[in-house]
Design a protein around this ligand. Structure first.
Ligand code: B16
Ligand code: MG
Length: 226
C-alpha cells in the first residue's frame, strides 16, 4: 500500500459553509442592486473573497472606489462570520469524519486545501483542527484556485509529490486547480457541474473503504492531467 496525500477542500466538502457564503454574498449583492442565480453562485465557489466580489460587481456592471470595495468585503465577511459563530460539530457533512478516521487508520497524511481565510477558525469550531497533518488556506497563498498553488503547497508540507496526492473538491475552480497540480481530483457534488473531475460522488456517504483502498493500491491514470 502506497502513502498518498489526501487534501480536503473546506467549504462545501467538510462543512456546508457554501450555503452561508451564498446567503452572505446574496445579501451584499442585493444591497448594491445586483441579484444572481444558483448557477452563477457555482462560479463563486472556491474563489477568493476579492475575486468573488469582482465577479458580482461585473454581473451588475458596477464600478466602485477601492474604499467602497473594501467596505463591502468587510461587510460580507461580517455577515458570514455570524453564521460561522453558530457552528459546531453537527455541521460536519455526512461521513466526512468516517473517511478521515479510515485514512488515519491507514496512516495516510491529510491536509486542508482551502481558499478561505476563515478556514482555521471553522476547523476549530467543528473540532477538526487536530485531524489535519497540514493546513493550507487563503492566508497562506497568493494565487487563488484554479491556480494550483494551494494544493502544491499542501503536497510540499506533506513531503509528497503532487502525483501522489488526491484532492476532494466541491467547486469547478478547485477541480481545475487539482488537475493543474497533476493530482487526482475527486468532485463532491453534481457530476454535471464537476465533469472535469477524475471521479465524482454526491457526498462522502458514497465513498466506500474499497474505493479508498483502490486509490491506495492502484496506479491511476488521470483523466485530466495537464
Ligand atoms: P473567505 P473553499 C472558499 O473556500 C469558498 O468556496 C468561497 O466561496 C469563498 O469565497 C472563499 O473560500 C474565500 O472565503 O471569505 O472565508 O476567505 O471552498 O476553498 O474551502
Ligand atoms: Mg469548496
Amino acid at each position: 500500500m502506497k502513502i498518498k496525500g489526501f487534501i480536503f477542500d473546506l467549504d462545501g466538502v467538510i462543512v456546508d459553509t457554501a450555503k452561508y457564503h451564498f446567503l452572505a454574498w446574496r445579501k451584499l449583492a442585493n444591497s448594491v442592486g445586483v441579484d444572481f442565480t444558483e448557477e452563477q453562485n457555482e462560479q463563486l465557489k472556491g474563489v477568493s473573497r476579492v475575486k468573488s466580489l469582482e465577479k458580482i460587481l461585473a454581473w451588475g456592471s458596477i464600478t466602485l472606489s477601492d474604499d467602497k470595495f473594501t467596505e463591502l468585503m468587510t461587510k460580507k465577511n461580517h455577515d458570514y462570520l455570524k453564521y460561522v459563530d453558530q457552528m459546531d460539530e453537527s455541521e460536519i457533512l455526512p461521513d466526512v469524519t468516517k473517511v478521515l478516521a479510515y485514512l488515519q487508520l491507514k496512516s495516510q497524511p491529510i491536509s486542508l486545501g482551502s481558499a478561505s481565510k476563515n478556514a482555521r477558525n471553522i476547523l476549530k469550531k467543528v473540532s477538526l483542527f487536530e485531524s489535519f497533518d497540514a493546513i493550507v488556506d487563503g492566508t497562506d497563498v497568493s494565487k487563488g484556485k484554479p491556480n494550483p498553488e494551494v494544493f502544491l503547497t499542501a503536497a510540499k508540507l506533506l513531503n509528497l509529490s503532487p502525483e501522489d496526492c488526491i484532492v476532494f473538491e466541491d467547486s469547478v475552480a478547485g477541480i481545475q486547480a487539482a488537475n493543474n497540480a497533476n493530482m487526482i481530483s475527486i468532485g463532491i457534488g453534481s457530476s454535471e457541474v464537476l465533469f472535469e473531475a477524475d471521479f465524482v460522488f454526491k457526498d462522502f456517504t458514497e465513498i466506500s473503504t474499497e474505493f479508498i483502498d483502490m486509490l491506495l493500491t492502484e496506479e491511476l491514470k488521470l483523466k485530466n492531467q495537464s
